[in-house]
Design a protein around this ligand. Sequence first.
Ligand SMILES: *Cc1c(COP(=O)(O)O)cnc(C)c1O
Length: 408
Amino acid sequence: MRHRKKTTETGPVIGEGWQKFATFLTHAGRQTPDQKGSFVNMPVERGSTVIFPTVEEMEAQGGYAYDHQLVYGAMGNPVQHRLEQVITALEGGSHTQVVNSGLAACSVALLAFLKAGDHLLLPDSVYGPTRRFALGTLARFGVETGFYPPRADEATLRAHIRPNTTVIFAESPGSHTFEVQDIPLIARMAHGAGARLLLDNTWGIGAFQPFTSGVDVSIQALTKYPSGHADVILGSITVQRPEHWQALRRAAIELGACGAPDDCWLTLRGLKTMAVRLSQQARSAYELAFWLESRPEVARVRHPALPGCPGHEIWKRDFTDASGLFGVELAEGITQEAMIVLLNGLNLFSIGASWGGYESLVLPTSGGLTRHHEEGLPKGAAFRIQVGLENVADLKADLARGLDGLKR
Ligand SMILES: *Cc1c(COP(=O)(O)O)cnc(C)c1O
């Protein structure tokens, strides 16, 4: 693939989508102005037991707490509730449940909407641990899982849906292979079959508005850009309809899923600078992706804003921006071993899982991916790049030195 695009080196849209969030994010979740003489940020309140002056007042709080009441630490805390309000506004939903990790957000949401005998559809490009949860725990509890090609058209989707399909899960773009999914189409197909559409919206935070596209439940790993500093593990699940909130809240309470006050507080702080971080990281990522495509050592770059990425047209239609995570497939003849020498030799990119922090990372992606449908798999040696806040010229020089030194 050597498509030469009309887009400029900095990209036609990169950076703009995030700006509209800057004012919102800077103000969201702060102390209210009527709290004269208080600090700008709310305090961290840690706690398990909530105490009441009388038995009557304690009993008045009893039962399932569907709202943001303070009942017991496992049902939420003041900082968690504040973060839930901010994520709700960011996603455009009505209620959010924060849980202790992004993976827990996926598993709690699935448990809330599935029962024994149901059929679940996952995209073949789904985050690996979500796949393992479905094939492990959900299978043990009598839920069967099928895998659909992430870029399935209407007929293919119809062929995968069964009478007992109650949840269709989506993740756009896909983990490691970056296929952009046609969410409005999948939503229409799901609702036509009486199923719900759950979306892992981690990559698209802010650039994809899930509920305007028919999504019922939007999930995020807050571990990534929202916390943004590689020091928090946290997840969120957002819904828009009251009946979905009741099902979700009930599952979260029964599973004891909640977010620790310190982690929620760090995420609230991270959100304050997310627009400016994302804007910078998206711009740098696009510049690196565009440049990498022109390198002879590179066969293909999987970045939704590049025309060669599967689903690029849908990204243009549905997303206002891109984030700073993308995939690189090396040219034929470059071995996995040679790629590992390249990755090991980089100075500014650490090797590690996760993404969305301020620091640049690389991760090999060829070799370890599981797919039912072969077309998603990279043909050559491949790796993933998370672009951090370093100077982009320095990052480019580091990668150029690595590519120059590649032995074929
Ligand atoms: C990282 C990630 C998760 C899991 O988040 P954790 O907080 O690390 O458990 C889920 N989905 C996607 C798409 C992710 O990238």
